[in-house]
Design a protein around this ligand. Structure first.
Ligand code: CP
Length: 309
């Protein structure tokens, strides 16, 4: 039994296999419509979500399986003080696999230590969001053909943005990947990522606080929202929330083939006028999330053995 708590829980080979399967599922979903018949997915969401929870549920339904779960801590017995460890012990007898989102970093890891079913981290605090990463990789691979030789701009809240942390960890395993990190000083990536991951592995990166001059260098621009829910005071959030707003004028600095990604939800950081630009692929990215999760569920349930991919 395997859990996916961090993007590094999947080897490059496993990732490549899951991405290839996801692409096949995207091209021919009918072929996989009965793969998970008789199986149940539990979605245990202690924190709000639209895309992750609903794409997990859509993924399981597309595979012919069923779903059960809760969408907030308040509507579960966590409100009465039940621990994650006790909850997952019980859910293990109700479902075959579970996806857990939790505001506390490490909660899905704790769950995996008490579970007798595969646990997928659907986002834990400011830490990791491996299935968003899988979605991002599928989007990049499908639209750029390769995960190698890319210069990736990461813009916005790089301190609290778990999608960015997971994406960096995943992308450094591919060839000749460079990062340009664009953020206010207060929202730079955490020190541990800079020293323990990027510096230690000799990854090329630079940190800047203006977007326009670096736009022409980028193959991808990954925009992120400033994470209001992780700030300790509202004043700091208000001061920083509109630090970077991508609009049509700034898009003029970008290459014709640069793609704009965003894990969504968006607040102000991408003007809606950019939605009409063919380089804006964030809604397509959200659609790819269903296929990425279909492939991951299939893999973790061990149902992909006879699928040639
Ligand atoms: N990208 C993402 O995690 O979105 P949700 O918070 O809506 O799940």
């Amino acid at each position: 039994m395997k859990h996916v708590i961090s993007p590094l829980d999947l080897s490059v080979e496993e990732l490549d296999h899951i991405l290839a399967l996801a692409e096949k599922m995207y091209q021919n979903p009918e072929r996989y419509a009965h793969l998970c018949e008789g199986k149940k997915l539990a979605t245990l969401f202690y924190e709000p979500s639209t895309r992750t929870r609903l794409s997990f549920e859509a993924a399981m339904m597309n595979l012919g399986g069923k779903v059960l779960g809760f969408s907030s801590a308040d509507s579960s017995s966590a409100a009465k003080g039940e621990s994650v460890a006790d909850t997952i012990r019980v859910i293990s007898s109700y479902a075959d696999i579970c996806a857990m989102r939790h505001p506390k970093e490490g909660a899905p890891l704790v769950a995996s230590q008490y579970a007798s079913i595969p646990v997928i981290n659907a986002g834990d605090g400011g830490h990791n969001h491996p299935t968003q990463t899988l979605t991002d990789l599928l989007t990049i691979k499908s639209l750029k053909s390769s995960l190698d030789n890319l210069t990736i701009g990461l813009c916005g809240d790089l301190k609290f943005g778990r999608t960015v942390h997971s994406l960096i960890r995943a992308m450094i395993r591919y060839k000749n990947v460079k990062f340009v990190m664009i953020s206010p000083d207060e929202l730079r990536i955490p020190d541990y990522l800079r020293t323990e991951v990027l510096d230690k592995q000799g990854i090329s990166y630079k940190e800047v606080n203006v977007l326009e001059p670096v736009m022409p260098e980028l193959d991808l621009l990954y925009m992120t929202r400033v994470q209001r829910e992780r700030f300790f005071n509202e004043e700091d959030y208000i001061r920083l929330k509109d630090s970077f707003i991508l609009d049509a004028k700034k898009m003029k600095y970008a290459r014709e083939d640069m793609l704009v990604l965003h894990p969504l939800p968006r607040v102000n950081e991408i003007a809606t006028e950019v939605d009409h630009d063919p380089r804006a692929v964030y809604f397509k990215q959200a659609q790819f999330g269903v296929y990425a999760r279909m492939a991951l569920i299939t893999n973790l349930l061990g149902l992909d053995g006879d699928l040639s991919c």
